[in-house]
Design a protein around this ligand. Structure first.
Ligand SMILES: [Cu+2]
Length: 169
């Protein structure tokens, strides 16, 4: 007798569970299909980025911002604004492979002023001219493959004060 009751109980529970779980099961399915359609166009476009050089001494000079993001294959235009007014405060914007800033900056000194302190180095991916005090210059290049890169100023003594990170998605 006791066994019968015990057997009957789980059965009724099963039915109750089935009836109750049927409706909630439909809702998650509908939710998942609703989140799939919004797709972002992956086509590379144009990225226009303005970077200022702030500060007026070797101690406080810096890029602003110190990090920025573009998409792989983007036609990137960097507008470099040298806000320094002190004579001799020249700056450039050189895109280098991540972590190679010191190597490139050292090679830049050997390259000299005649070459805008841009060394012939495989770690250099793009480089602007030198911006004089109060000067604004632009540089165009195609964003490299996805990953992280550094941008540095190769004017002697400005690295590692002047360093930033370019993230390519
Ligand atoms: Cu500089």
């Amino acid at each position: 007798m006791k066994k019968l009751v015990l057997f009957a109980l789980p059965l009724s529970l099963l039915f109750a569970a089935c009836g109750g779980s049927e409706k909630p099961a439909e809702t998650p399915t509908a939710d998942t299909s609703a989140t799939t359609p919004p797709a972002e166009p992956a086509t590379p476009g144009e990225a226009k980025i303005t970077i200022k050089v702030i500060g007026s001494t070797m101690a406080d000079m810096a890029y602003e911002p110190t990090s920025t993001t573009v998409k792989a294959g983007d036609k990137v235009t960097i507008t470099l604004i040298n806000t320094n007014t002190a004579e001799g405060m020249l700056h450039n914007w050189v895109l280098v492979k991540l972590g190679t800033g010191q190597e490139v900056a050292t090679a830049a000194i050997a390259a000299g002023m005649d070459k805008n302190y841009i060394p012939e180095n495989p770690n250099v991916l793009a480089a602007s001219a030198l911006a004089k005090p109060n000067e604004t210059i632009t540089l165009e290049f195609t964003a490299p493959a996805a990953g992280a890169y550094n941008y540095i100023c190769t004017y002697p003594g400005h690295f590692p004060k002047m360093v930033g990170k370019l993230n390519v998605e």
